[in-house]
Design a protein around this ligand. Structure first.
Ligand code: FES
Ligand code: FES
Length: 162
C-alpha cells in the first residue's frame, strides 16, 4: 500500500506516493528524481546521501521518508538558480575540490549548512575538517575541499551568495 508524502523539496511543495518503509534516500532518488543524492553505504558511514532536513544535514539513508511529512528537504539540485551553479559549487570547481564527484553533492550540503551557520566567523581548517569528517572522499585528499569551503565563505562575505 502506498501513502502520500507531502513536503517541501527544494522550495517547492511536493507530494509523492511512497511505500511506508522507504528511506528518504530511496524516495529522493526514485520518485523525487533527485539523483545528486548518492547511494553508497546505506548505513550512515559515507555521507554521500547528505541532504538538509529543516536546514540540518542528515544522512538520507537513515531517515524514514514518511517521517519528513511537512518538513523541508534540500538537495544540491536546490542550490542551482535559473541554471546557474551556486557560488559554493563554483568554489569547489575553481579550487579543485571535486574530482570524480561522487562525494560532492553530500559534501556541498554539509558545507552549505556550515557556512550559513558560521555567519561572519571565519572558518578554520580544523572546523571545516571536523564538520566534513562524515563525508568520505576517496579522491581529493581533502586539502582542496577545505580550500573550496574557505573560498565559498569569502564569496558569501562578498555578497555573492543566495
Ligand atoms: S549512503 Fe547514506 S551515509 Fe552512505
Ligand atoms: S571527488 Fe571522488 S570521492 Fe570525492
Amino acid at each position: 500500500m502506498k501513502i502520500p508524502l507531502t513536503f517541501v523539496l527544494n522550495n517547492q511543495e511536493t507530494t509523492l506516493m511512497i511505500d511506508p518503509g522507504q528511506t528518504l534516500l530511496e524516495v529522493l532518488r526514485g520518485q523525487g528524481g533527485m539523483t545528486s543524492v548518492h547511494r553508497s553505504c546505506e548505513e550512515g558511514e559515507c555521507g554521500a546521501c547528505t541532504v538538509l532536513l529543516d536546514d540540518e544535514p542528515v544522512n538520507a539513508c537513515l531517515v524514514l521518508a514518511a517521517s519528513v511529512q511537512g518538513a523541508s528537504v534540500m538537495t544540491s539540485e536546490g542550490l542551482v538558480k535559473d541554471g546557474t551553479p551556486h557560488p559554493l559549487m563554483k568554489a569547489f570547481t575553481d579550487e579543485l575540490g571535486i574530482q570524480c564527484g561522487f562525494c560532492t553533492p553530500g559534501m556541498l550540503m554539509n558545507a552549505y549548512a556550515l557556512i550559513r551557520k558560521a555567519g561572519d566567523t571565519e572558518l578554520t581548517d580544523a572546523v571545516i575538517r571536523k564538520t566534513l569528517e562524515g563525508n568520505l572522499c576517496r579522491c581529493t585528499g581533502y586539502v582542496n575541499i577545505v580550500k573550496s569551503v574557505k573560498t565559498a565563505q569569502k564569496l558569501k562575505m562578498a555578497g555573492e551568495w543566495w
